[in-house]
Design a protein around this ligand. Sequence first.
Ligand code: ZN
Length: 400
Amino acid sequence: MTQVEVTGTITKFHNCRLLKNHSIYWEDIWVRDGIIIDPQKCFYGERRDPDIKVNCGGNIIAPGYIETQINDMQVEIKKVAEGLMAHGVTSFCPTVITSPSDVYRKILPTISRCNGSREGAGVLGLHLEGPFISKAKKGAHPEECIASDLTGGLTTVDEMYGSHMIDRTSIVTIAPELPGALEVISALSKDRGIRVSIGHSEGTIKDGERAVRAGATFITHLFNAMLPFHHRDPGLVGLLTSWKLPKDSMVYYGIIADGIHTHPATMRIAHRTHPNGIVLVSDSMCAAGLSPGTYHFGQQTIDVKEKKAYVAGTETLAGSIAFLDECVQTFYNGTECSKVEALEAATLHPALLLGIEDRKGTLEYGTDADFLILDDDLQVTHTYIGGQCVYKLPTSLIQL
Ligand code: ZN
């Protein structure tokens, strides 16, 4: 199913620098029917000139951001998808935190994968964060809904989430030290093609290594809700440098780069240690962009004070209230990494994690024309989904 208008019209974006092949260089980008096309083939093969030309004012064009963790299930998903476009997010994994079984059974059937459109960012499948996590590392998750026993295998999983889990889920976060967890990680990743992320965990490095050998490929918000780094047992953090993993395994890790959940020096340690694995996430609550006050989301009550969201009446940080575009900027400024590295952490890396790099997360020919125009401060000035401009910064001078 495509939501892109098929007209054959060719739009050429020029006077721009593309993020491509791990660098940023001057090149045009041509788009037809929602897909990035090869200008050479089109010009010489079909003898076609572009129908529309867009002068990008020398700015950067990068793939649209892919958000793998955004907690927002209590707001209508359409509204979330719509709001994300102004923040450069062109596709996302709506994230459901630990909830009672009936909530999963109610929500899951209502959320199906779809491409983005003028109405909103695309849905890449759910991220189910819990309930199979550690009570000791629950963070903002409601303890009474946490399930700590996976010895029943996939039967336990299916009883919890219901039958729609199989086709609507992209990522499941599990604490690998729970009894039965390794069998479930193996079955979900190998039999169902679902990405298993480890997190909200008291797991040691050994637990983490076993989980990766079983098929886990992601770590949920590294450093947050797990054992802190200790020199004799570095916990899940140690997976970034473990040499006891299969040669062909790749471990990605989420970083909440809001400047609050992860200190800039901590982000630098992770990034310098394992630069190709970093995936920026906002872990945003639906409080994002809202003013200080008290909010009710699902099972939680959240106090928002001075750009931080707390579990009401506690000092426990809930999700962030930043958006992914701000996280990219915070990561770039906080780590002094290159623009390429900052942008790939929100585009190419999540696409590789999800196995969708043939369609999203790059500007290769044949991929979806989901992309952003950014200035040199990495401020998103335009968001394109399927080749259509779906957001324009009001102050941008670029004429479309
Ligand atoms: Zn979490």
